[in-house]
Design a protein around this ligand. Structure first.
Ligand code: ZN
Length: 444
């Protein structure tokens, strides 16, 4: 099959980064959690870019070993001092209220208030991000310097929230390809005003969905999931047992906007095609990067790679979660995510898609001795009129390793050449009947 789209030109890439950043800025003020109207509002905005389906699963639904929790909604949260002034106000930052806080409205002493406050002594002007999904509690998050400066006295605390039976909401988009085999793209969408974790993944996935929709038919079907972390992937897996076997490759996207280099965490399988494809793309991008082995912590790859599924799903990030001080704080803001990093992450995903789409196992139809390339005009194709000349070494590598046991990605790796060069050589050889498709799968 022919190779798919070329990587975006430099000018386009910058524009994409700006557009992705603009979407992050639009979503930033919304108070999201694992359930509730903030999540719905986020999906509503994403639907202006790509036609996601919005699915609702009732609270109390058993999903694998879990139960869909009650739905949380928040209207207001504040702490007032003795003069009635809002000294902590969720309208200034939605990080001020601990996510899933139960409602409270009463007067408390400073000591009691402090027992419900979270701050970061090492970064005294940042607000931390805290949640209490599965323990009923209430709390405020604030800058340590503000907490330290609070005077003795009485305070009014108010969290105007509801935690009640409702739904878990998630977004899903399936873009059909010419086969029912799927590439899964999953991102957690449950954090409030935090940009790198998780809006960068949400926004990049949205623009990838838009691109896949707009760029014409592909071999694979693409499934995009916008879900609350952990409970969302568990819910999706529980409800989609019939779909799971169709997932041939997958990526969890998170933390794609910071200035750090790209990091890829392999799937649990370790040598799945997605692991080979991402490693190949990163190596040939010519920039520093890191490929890491699977670990059973992190994002939703934990669920996709649980042993009962063991799906070929890796995780692509820039600086991994928890390895930057801004992680889960108010400093993970609009300045922390950069258009050029977002554009690079987006282009990397498209390059991975191209490798997966273009990879297949072909069989040399003239394997006894080298076929005579000059007679077929194939040497003339080398460095010829085409903008992307076919490399002679690529032709020879493809012919030699197309023994039915190496796919084109393995040949690219063996040759030390970018996948696209190998794919172009294979296209030319197929056109001259020197290569043919091997029907069975799984060869390397
Ligand atoms: Zn997080």
């Amino acid at each position: 099959m022919a190779t798919t789209v070329a990587p975006p030109a430099a000018a386009t890439a910058v524009d994409i980064g700006t557009e992705v950043h603009r979407l992050i800025a639009e979503l930033y003020p919304i108070c999201r959690s694992i359930t509730g109207d903030g999540f719905r509002e986020t999906l509503r905005r994403l639907r202006t870019h790509a036609p996601l389906s919005v699915l609702e699963v009732p609270s109390g639904t058993p999903v694998l070993d879990w139960i869909v929790p009650n739905e949380w909604n928040i209207r207001d949260a504040y702490v007032k001092d003795s003069r009635g002034e809002r000294i902590v106000d969720s309208r200034r930052s939605n990080l001020h209220v601990m996510s899933y806080s139960i409602p409270v409205h009463r007067r408390v002493s400073l000591a009691e208030l402090k027992a419900h406050c979270f701050s970061l002594p090492d970064h005294p002007d940042w607000i931390p991000y805290r949640t209490s999904y599965y323990n009923e509690a209430w709390g405020f998050c604030l800058a340590h310097q503000q907490l330290e400066a609070l005077a003795e006295g009485e305070y009014e605390v108010c969290i105007d929230s509801t935690l009640a039976p409702g739904h878990l909401t998630y977004g899903e988009l399936l873009v059909l390809g010419t086969t029912s085999q799927e590439i899964l793209i999953s991102c957690h969408t449950c954090h409030p005003s935090l940009c790198n974790d998780n809006l960068s993944g949400v926004a990049v996935a949205t623009f990838l969905a838009r691109h896949v929709l707009d760029s014409g038919p592909r071999r694979y079907s693409y499934r995009f999931l916008f879900i609350p972390g952990t409970i969302g992937s568990i819910t999706w897996l529980a409800k989609n047992e019939a779909v799971v076997p169709r997932i041939k490759h997958g990526l969890v996207l998170a933390g794609l906007g910071d200035a750090g280099s790209l990091h890829y965490k392999r799937s649990r399988q370790g040598d799945a095609d997605i692991d080979r494809a991402v490693s190949h793309v990163l190596r040939h991008a010519g920039r520093s990067h890191e490929v890491m082995d699977f670990t059973p912590y992190g994002y939703d790859e934990r669920q996709y790679c649980s042993p009962g599924y063991d799906l070929p799903v890796g995780c692509l990030s820039r600086t991994p979660y928890g390895r930057y001080p801004q992680y889960h704080t108010s400093a993970d803001d609009l300045d922390f995510v950069r258009p050029e990093a977002l554009a690079d992450s987006y282009a990397t995903c498209l390059a991975v898609f191209d490798v997966l789409e273009g990879n297949e196992t072909l069989l040399n139809q003239s394997p006894r001795g080298e076929p005579q390339l000059g007679r077929r005009g194939l040497y003339g194709a080398i460095g010829g009129q085409s903008q992307q000349p076919v490399d002679e070494a690529a032709l020879l590598w493809v012919l030699n390793l197309s023994d039915g046991r190496h796919d084109l990605l393995a040949i690219a790796e063996g040759a030390g050449l970018p996948f696209a060069a190998i794919r172009r050589a294979a296209d030319l050889l197929v056109a001259h009947d020197l290569l043919a498709v091997v029907p069975q799968q799984g060869a390397r």
